[in-house]
Design a binder for this molecule. Structure first.
Ligand SMILES: Nc1nc2c(c(=O)[nH]1)N[C@H]1C(S)=C(S)[C@@H](COP(=O)(O)O)O[C@H]1N2
Ligand SMILES: [Mo]
Length: 460
């Protein structure tokens, strides 16, 4: 699903676009195999090795994926050793492609998989499935082991009136189906810019996307199970497994206060842009919690617990998805008890056209566009600057399709003379908060960087 209405990029072919600042960090096949051959097999081909022989059994789908890459069927595939790069591919170091994902997604890490979308590929009004970023804390369940017809979701917990299990077809049949556009952004999006650097995935600006999600309201299902009067929080559990292989450990199990869970937009979703969820984005069922860190939106969702206290699952405590309750100096150590759970995400925007490095002729106007979002709030105003924030020009800003959808903006700018410029974009939310021009408050884990997005432009 590409952008609706005006055709993106093509409209502007008179522009000569080239890239002089982009460095695409991608992982080649050798690096991938050197880091973990079994994992590489699994990631590239969906192959899992036989635990005893380390050979043999190659699933049909893995065989198909390999055949596709090699251009013909590998005839003795059952004897091809596990963790070995097919010779036909071994002479190249082509960046590998994630299953179901666009080749230009920037892979930051493959164990677990983390990949972000370059800003210019976020230009469509809704982010296409193959371009939707991926943030995995563990190892996803094997695609082959997932059957959407028998998939179940169990609701339980100390504050549930009963324990109840629903199959996915039952959820679809029994509760009202809703489709909403909602943006998801990783709490660590923009971490790359913090100084001193914060550990974790070095996201640039692309750990965000906005899709049309179809599902049922979590509220309807929780009410069907029944809540005790002391219920205050929910927590999720997914079918993915801990990267260490330890079955006793959860990769992540986060949650939200009951009030957020009960909002009419909080969904149990099985579809993204009208298609089943992509495997890496939680197929066949996930939570979608608008406006809050995407870590609240559990993937491969199997179980929800209704809690009588703040959920204490993996990555709820310590310093995970928390920021200092009060501002701290860059580099400061902050005690766990002085860290507060991130709730609404801050106001933010992206320039999705042109891509950075755009080159235009002197005297030409440059059309600009992008999206803006503001957590639980709405974006009220959008501005751009070509003089490093000395003056700001207002943009046209659309209303969101529904609460939690990102909003589209457009503008045209002209430049006084030939030379190098940067376009900076700044959104303001309905509470009057603006994006900071450089960096917001430093925090130990590098969350919530909502600094202005900027692109380079040359006028020649
Ligand atoms: N089960 C499960 N759910 C999960 C995660 C995960 O690793 N496992 N990652 C979370 C985090 S940190 C983010 S940012 C979003 C990313 O969603 P996406 O991969 O569909 O973009 O999923 C969240 N839900
Ligand atoms: Mo995240």
């Amino acid at each position: 699903m590409r952008a609706t209405g005006d055709a993106p990029i093509r409209t502007f072919t008179p522009l000569h676009l080239y890239t002089f600042t982009q460095s695409h960090m991608k992982i080649g096949i050798h690096k991938l195999y050197s880091k973990g051959p079994q994992e590489a097999d699994r990631l590239l081909w969906g192959r899992t090795a036989h635990p005893m022989t380390r050979r043999g059994f190659l699933q049909k789908s893995a065989l198909a994926a390999m055949s596709l890459a090699l251009g013909s069927e590998m005839v003795f595939a059952e004897h091809f050793p596990e963790g070995m790069i097919p010779a036909a591919l071994a002479h190249t170091d082509e960046p590998f492609q994630l299953p179901g994902k666009h080749p230009e997604l920037v892979v930051l890490n493959d164990r677990p998989v983390n990949a972000e979308t370059p800003a210019h590929l976020l230009d469509p009004k809704l982010t296409p499935a193959d371009l939707f970023f991926v943030r995995n804390n563990g190892i996803p369940p094997e695609m082959e082991a997932i059957n959407p017809d028998t998939w179940t979701l169990t609701i339980e917990g100390e504050s549930a009136r009963q324990k109840k299990t629903y199959t996915l077809p039952e959820l679809k049949r029994r509760f009202e189906n809703v489709t909403l556009q909602m943006a998801l952004e990783c709490g660590g999006n923009g971490r790359k810019e913090f100084n001193p650097p914060a550990k974790g995935n070095q996201w640039s600006v692309g750990a965000v996307g906005c899709a049309a999600w179809t599902g049922v309201r979590l509220r309807d299902v929780l009410q069907d199970t029944g809540l005790k009067s002391d219920a205050v929080y929910i927590g999720y559990y997914g079918k993915d497994t801990h990267a260490s292989g330890d079955p006793g450990k959860e990769p992540i199990s986060r949650g939200v206060p009951l009030a957020k869970a009960m909002e009419p937009e909080t969904l149990l979703a099985w579809s993204l842009n009208g298609e089943p969820l992509p495997w890496l984005n939680g197929y066949p069922l996930r939570l979608v919690v608008g406006g809050w860190p995407a870590s609240c939106s559990g993937k491969w969702l199997e179980r929800i617990v209704i809690r009588n206290k703040v959920h204490d699952g993996e990555k709820m405590g310590g310093q995970s998805y928390r920021v200092p309750c009060n501002p701290v100096a860059p580099g400061a150590k902050v005690a766990d008890e002085d860290m507060c759970i991130i709730e609404s995400m801050p106001v933010k925007s992206l320039i999705t056209y042109p891509r950075t490095g755009a080159m235009i002729r002197e005297g030409q106007q440059l059309p600009l566009r992008g999206h803006a979002w503001a957590g639980d709030l709405e974006v009220k105003e959008m501005h751009v600057s070509i003089d490093f924030g000395m003056s700001w020009q207002p943009c046209r800003l659309e209303r969101p399709a529904n609460r939690f959808a990102w909003q589209h903006w457009q503008a045209e700018v002209s430049f006084p003379k030939k030379g190098y410029y940067e376009v900076w974009a700044r959104a303001t939310d309905t509470g009057g908060k603006m994006q900071p021009m450089l960096l917001p408050g430093w925090n130990p884990k590098g969350y919530l960087n909502n600094a202005c997005h900027r692109v380079a432009v040359k006028v020649v």
